[in-house]
Design a protein around this ligand. Structure first.
Ligand code: SF4
Length: 598
């Protein structure tokens, strides 16, 4: 038997109408499901010219076929909407237990349209859906909102995805926090939620996710777990979590330092995994059905709190020259509670600090506590900026618009505007790897790191089944760079549509067991070729939408600063030859000279 139906829940917050739909389009079902199906529906139903805060912008929560099954690393969910930050198709994804629970309620996609007149939250309880008043939740941080919803509904097993004040105030890089400490961070999906007056989605289910062939799924899951045991990278991440990236990737120049201007920094040793372990016990935890459990809790002021991840440690730490681990642990809590994307936040503040230091803007330093000698690494003043941004107070109002807008409004030099398609550049230095550079320039949502070729093809993760058999030199300039980036992007899009955590895909090099699992769940007969074609089609749909939003070759780029080499560190003297790499990339993708799919 073949699983041909996707269950869709459509909610109009303006009319309060709730519809249920069985989705059976054969072509679009070949897009695997989850984010793939969300992309097909979004790109067909949303006008590319729409204002992201218009009620007709769709906000789609999706869960893929892996979600909630025995396949490991299967707890992800995706959010798709037109991004207020980039003004093109925006996406974010997150782990935890929200995705699994949503899937268990029976829905694959929740499509939210319209704007409510007053604050509301959604309550999805084993297939029963209600739109509930959120007046008493509006204005609260993500942590209190989560607790309050459980109290209101009288059930502490409920899983909540919510926005904080940043989302309510339409900060363009507001995120959505689920399970209290997982963030769907990028592209301002929290602001789209806020624009709809939607404070939160609460889910609960006692149901199980059905699969077509249980034995096939269990066998695939067993093989994946066996392969994971052989992954050196998997073992390292299981032991130390993502902060180990500070310790292991600093020497190759991947870590961001001082607003992308330095290749070396003496303070780095104080903020990595070794420093965290030396500080005290780290209690491991993970997302649903994850054998790696890369996340951690640390003790802070007498409580066990979530440990910052690598991106936060780098963007709020080394990027701002902050080497105080206690401050970074505290900031992680503050930023999550406000509902801000720590990557964009760090990039925006880095730009602000540099513009103060170089006297490019007129700022009352006393207002924050900065002095001319105390700008970079100034803990108290930087901390003040978080709430100013989340509540759009003073200069925080300009900073809340993102780095591209801030530089434009303040007339700052282009080299300070560190973004790709409006999305702030994450904590992986593109000058350290030409594959990362090309990926940043071409991924559909803008400068984005999760398909990061730095790991995938340079030296760790050859995937023979798609022809990635050789290591690609990270400073390479040949055709193999574009070829590898395209294969990785296509495979990663297909895998993400399945609902898998990208770490699992990095750790396990073989594709077949993942696809066997997918076939066991759906009753379909995907081959490696089908899987790659689905990924390719998802990339193409996103690109066509973005082209209709006005994206051209000129946007397939990133900060001007990356055209000046660093003089020190593991990436010194490399400038990614983007022009040549793009030409080859377009050729292989069959896009024209302006990057438009033919
Ligand atoms: S590897 Fe980490 S982020 Fe991925 S599913 Fe496991 S715990 Fe979650």
């Amino acid at each position: 038997m073949v699983l041909k139906i996707a269950k869709i829940l459509r909610i109009d917050l303006e009319t309060k109408n709730i519809d249920y739909e069985d989705y059976t389009d054969e072509d679009e079902m070949n897009l695997i499901g989850g984010m793939g199906l969300a992309t097909a529906i979004f790109t067909r139903e949303v006008d590319p010219e729409i204002d992201p805060f218009d009620g007709n912008n769709l906000l789609i929560f999706s869960v893929g076929p892996f979600c909630g099954t025995a396949i490991p690393f299967c707890g992800r969910f995706f959010i798709t909407a037109k991004s207020p930050l980039t003004k093109i198709l925006g996406e974010a994804s997150s782990g935890g237990f929200f995705g699994k629970t949503l899937k268990s309620t029976g829905y694959d996609l929740v499509i939210i349209k319209g704007k409510s007149q007053s604050p509301v939250y959604l309550w999805i309880n084993d297939g029963v859906v209600e739109i509930k008043d959120a007046s008493e939740l509006w204005g609260k941080g993500t942590q209190e909102t989560d607790e309050k919803i459980k109290e209101l509904l009288g059930n502490d097993k409920i899983i909540v995805a919510t926005i904080g004040p940043a989302g309510e105030n339409l900060v363009k890089y507001a995120c959505i926090i689920n399970d209290k400490h997982h963030a769907a961070g990028r592209c301002g999906m929290g602001a789209v939620m806020g624009s709809k007056n939607l404070k939160a989605i609460a889910v609960h289910s006692t149901g199980k996710v059905p699969v077509q062939d249980k034995d096939k799924v269990n066998n695939a899951a067993k093989e994946l777990r066996e392969l994971l045991k052989k992954s050196a990278l998997g073992m390292v991440i299981a032991d130390s979590g993502t902060p180990v990236h500070i310790d292991s990737m600093y020497s190759v120049g991947d870590v961001i330092i001082k607003n992308y201007t330095e290749g070396r920094w003496i303070g780095i040793k104080k903020i990595g995994a070794k420093a965290i372990k030396a500080r005290g016990e780290v209690k491991k935890h993970g997302c649903f059905n994850c054998p790696t459990a890369c996340r951690g809790f640390v003790e802070y002021e007498g409580e066990w709190v979530t440990r910052p991840e690598y991106e936060t440690l780098s963007m709020l730490g080394s990027n701002l020259l902050v080497n105080d681990l206690e401050a970074l642990i505290k900031w992680n809590l503050i930023v999550n509670d406000l509902g801000l994307d720590s990557i964009s936040l760090g990039a925006v503040i880095g730009c602000f600090l540099e513009s103060i230091e170089r006297k490019l803007i007129d700022v009352n330093l006393d207002e924050f506590g900065f002095t001319e000698e105390n700008i970079w690494g100034a803990i108290g003043p930087i901390e003040k900026l978080f709430t100013k941004i989340a509540y759009r107070e003073g200069i925080g109002d300009d900073l809340a618009e993102g780095v591209r807008s801030f530089c434009n409004v303040k007339g700052l030099p282009e080299e300070l505007s560190m973004h790709g398609k409006g999305l702030e550049v994450p904590a992986h230095e593109p000058r350290a790897n030409n594959l990362t550079a090309l990926d940043y320039a071409t991924t559909p949502r803008g400068a984005y790191h999760c398909y990061e070729p730095m790991h995938l093809s340079s030296y760790m993760n050859q995937k023979e089944e798609i022809g990635l058999t050789e290591q690609v030199d990270r400073f390479g300039t040949g055709d193999d760079v574009a070829e590898a980036v395209i294969k990785i992007q296509d495979a990663s899009e297909a895998y993400s549509a399945c609902g898998g955590c990208i770490f699992g895909f990095w750790f396990i090099h073989k594709l077949t067991p993942w696809i066997n699992g997918l076939n066991g769940i759906t009753g379909r007969a995907y081959t490696v070729d089908d899987f790659m074609k689905a990924g390719q089609k998802i990339v193409k749909m996103k690109r066509i939408f973005n082209v209709k939003c006005g994206i051209t070759k000129a946007d397939d780029n990133f900060g001007k600063r990356f055209y000046t080499p660093l003089e020190k560190g593991g990436s010194k003297r490399n400038i990614p030859p983007l022009e040549g790499l793009l030409e080859k990339y377009y050729q292989i993708r069959k896009w024209d000279a302006q990057g438009k799919p033919i």
